[in-house]
Write a protein of this length. Sequence first.
Length: 283
Amino acid sequence: MSAQQDNEAPQVSEVDVVSASAAEALHNLLDAPGPAPRTGEPLPPLWHWLAFLPRTPQRELGNDGHPSRPPETLPEKFPQRMFAGAQLSIFRDVRVGMSMARSSTTLSMTEKVGKSGPMLFASIENRYETDGASAIVEVQDIVYRKKTKKSEVGQIVADTMRESQFIWGLDVRVDATLLFRFSALTYNAHRIHYDLNFAKNEEGYPGLVVHGPLQALFLAELCRRHAQNERIEDFEFRALHPLFDGGTMRLRATREGQKVSLLAFDQFGQNTMKASATLANLV
């Protein structure tokens, strides 16, 4: 399956808003310092994910909790779906309560062979506008793959973290409550995040799976807490290994100039996500 051409890809346009109550809920979920952003105030980076939540009717959800997938994603061949990463450019603030338009385009759909076998990679571009001006351009990478074998995930590896190399750090206890609340806040019905029996018996995971976007939000939060007089211009993240509940997620960062390198680790020292951010001074 080859990549689609941009002028052939269908585009979907929507309008939505991030409410003050949703922003307060995420603020409390992240245990963020200070007051939650109020109506008219800028949203922190990546908090635009509180808008454009899935609205799929219950009858159209698959057994895994995801919306029934279109044929082009080859659901019979690649039953599992993973949010592999994203690249974001942030041009202007999105504000709480401000109307926001999003246009989404599937850029490509390509089959590849990885370490665990054949996979289908989808690249989706989301463009966000406020007051008729571009605010955020985001390209999400989604991976569809065969069912996970228990031997493929959850291996314990030696702790390779060297704390002396990091300038910023944050430890977060990951439990079922955190994952359930984030699933509810983002209307994410994928059962691997809250249904332990399903995660273990149907998808082969050793525990509940921590959402990739939740890890990315915490990594962006690490920048926000330590670079309070700067803003994120560009942010990129990629999932490297599943992270499971029942331990501590350790978030760490190094910095060189305006570039910040960010890493997430599980309690065993396994690097589960890497990210990078480019900072700019607040105007």
